[in-house]
Write a protein that binds this ligand. Sequence first.
Ligand code: HEC
Ligand code: HEC
Ligand code: HEC
Ligand code: HEC
Ligand code: HEC
Ligand code: HEC
Ligand code: HEC
Ligand code: HEC
Ligand code: HEC
Ligand code: HEC
Length: 314
Amino acid sequence: MLVPRYVTRLGLALAVALAIAGLFGAVAAKPAAPETKVAVAQDPANYAGEDTCLTCHEDKGYKGTAHARTFNEKSPAASKGCESCHGPGREHVEAGGDKEKILNPGKKGVRQASDTCTPCHDRATHALWDGSQHDMRQVGCLSCHSVHNPAGDKQLKAKDEVALCGQCHRAVVNRQFRFNHMPVREGKMSCSSCHNVHGSSNVKLLKAGTTIDESCTSCHAEKRGPFLWDHAPVSESCTTCHDPHGSNNDRMLVAKQPYLCQRCHVTSRHPPTVYEGYLLQNSQNANKIFGRSCVSCHQQVHGSNAPSGKAFLR
Ligand code: HEC
Ligand code: HEC
Ligand code: HEC
Ligand code: HEC
Ligand code: HEC
Ligand code: HEC
Ligand code: HEC
Ligand code: HEC
Ligand code: HEC
Ligand code: HEC
């Protein structure tokens, strides 16, 4: 799927327009819509039935999918078939297939299209969709999923998440191609290992926890504090030192050693700044900036539980 930039821009404009309209109209307009929907939906006489649809239409790749499994009582197949998503179709059938008389979610606004899916998909990992970052920016279910023509698992419109997300988040995906990265490109992890794109209670749509640290330590449990001696920036955020999407430094560090540490520890009595070259020529200080640099000695940089670990040496 390709959603060109102008669509998201248009989306933003729409969102603003909707927000303004919402300020004035929301209270009056909102309750009215579901009522009519329910009224039409409840009358069984308005439905033609899936078999009727299939007399004119091909099944359009829906048969093999999760939606067509009748043994799942919540599936469209077990309820109204095609009309679970397309709405009652009797009028459309009687008019010999009049386009105007049937709902095509693909031709509706982003929000309205998502509304055809959310009645069934509004629980568990989908519970926080409304008002989530994607929802707010007019990225809807159909921006990422195709019910009839999926290209990847989970009815995704692209062959995998890297390709899908890369359509809009190119800069982030590109960092996967840096020298050190999590094994996303290798297929052992995916964007959704860390993110829940359907909405979350954490920042940046992170899946686990309520802070960046909690999200990282949901897998890297040994880095979870509190330690006897905490290192302030670690308790603050792992991303102070690591880029979760990849970097050209070892261990996905945001800067090379010793600069990584010296962004903060510059004028302490130990060590001197790297600019003080004269100290390196003759001194024991050289070992402080070569090799693994600071962490050759300060091994427990994430925090220490040793009674004498105040300087993270053990
Ligand atoms: C009598 C034949 C016939 C039957 C039965 C029928 N359709 Fe159609 N349908 C058509 C025709 C013809 C079109 C228009 C195709 C076109 O112009 O591209 C169409 C178009 C559509 C569209 C696209 C509308 C749009 O705006 O692009 C949808 C969705 C659709 N049908 C769903 C259904 C569903 C769901 C059922 C069963 C309730 C159904 N159809 C039954 C003939 C039929
Ligand atoms: C789970 C929801 C869902 C079910 C079930 C479903 N559709 Fe669709 N259909 C969609 C959506 C969403 C679109 C809009 C196109 C898109 O983005 O995938 C669509 C588009 C269409 C279109 C018009 C676009 C095109 O590809 O020509 C037709 C015709 C159609 N569906 C027919 C059917 C028929 C017939 C069935 C039952 C056999 C059916 N649909 C079942 C969601 C559904
Ligand atoms: C009538 C209820 C219903 C509607 C409407 C519905 N779905 Fe589903 N959907 C289901 C059920 C049930 C499953 C199977 C879930 C499971 O196995 O946990 C499912 C599964 C899925 C899956 C997972 C497919 C897989 O291979 O694992 C995706 C993606 C999905 N739906 C997207 C959509 C989208 C997009 C729409 C709106 C166009 C939609 N659904 C509308 C009931 C629905
Ligand atoms: C930004 C892209 C994106 C959007 C927008 C999106 N999805 Fe998904 N969806 C995914 C990806 C990626 C997966 C597979 C990873 C996962 O399960 O989180 C997925 C998985 C799913 C699944 C199967 C797994 C599960 O959680 O049950 C369903 C069902 C689903 N989406 C429905 C929806 C519905 C309904 C909407 C709209 C309200 C929607 N999605 C919007 C990308 C998206
Ligand atoms: C159709 C375009 C589109 C696709 C595809 C898409 N996104 Fe997004 N995403 C957006 C937009 C627009 C925003 C809102 C950006 C903003 O507010 O700065 C967003 C926001 C996000 C955010 C939150 C950023 C923040 O600052 O809070 C994350 C995380 C994210 N997307 C991850 C993903 C992942 C993972 C995928 C693939 C499964 C994906 N997105 C697919 C358009 C898209
Ligand atoms: C190891 C966990 C992890 C993985 C895997 C991951 N992300 Fe993230 N992502 C994060 C964290 C943590 C942040 C917040 C970064 C920050 O605030 O500095 C973030 C932020 C983002 C943002 C917001 C923009 C930004 O740079 O802050 C987007 C968009 C995003 N990720 C998309 C993706 C996509 C697309 C993928 C898959 C290619 C992906 N992420 C894989 C953890 C992850
Ligand atoms: C879903 C589980 C998961 C989450 C969440 C996660 N990681 Fe990882 N992390 C991994 C896996 C798997 C590896 C690869 C281990 C390997 O290759 O041996 C890894 C490797 C790493 C590495 C070492 C890379 C290298 O070059 O050896 C660092 C650093 C790292 N993660 C930091 C983080 C940070 C920071 C976060 C939070 C933004 C985070 N991780 C979130 C699973 C996760
Ligand atoms: C003050 C900077 C800093 C912060 C903040 C930080 N790290 Fe690290 N991290 C490092 C350095 C430096 C290394 C490389 C250590 C080495 O080479 O022995 C490293 C290595 C790692 C590794 C791979 C090697 C190992 O020890 O397992 C993982 C995984 C990791 N960090 C996860 C995290 C997580 C999770 C957080 C947040 C809770 C975090 N880091 C916060 C500096 C930091
Ligand atoms: C984002 C800023 C920041 C970064 C980057 C950083 N630190 Fe720290 N570090 C701190 C703060 C703040 C303290 C707590 C100072 C205090 O309590 O007086 C601290 C404390 C320490 C201490 C203990 C100081 C004491 O008083 O005993 C050591 C040792 C240390 N850091 C080493 C490192 C090393 C090695 C690195 C690089 C891997 C590093 N730090 C990166 C901010 C940082
Ligand atoms: C050869 C081992 C070694 C190396 C390499 C090393 N340190 Fe240290 N560091 C120490 C020792 C020993 C202490 C004193 C511990 C104590 O007082 O208990 C110390 C103390 C510190 C302190 C505590 C506060 C202070 O000013 O005394 C900070 C901060 C610190 N080091 C940062 C760094 C940084 C940043 C680097 C890398 C540029 C670095 N160290 C490299 C051994 C080393």
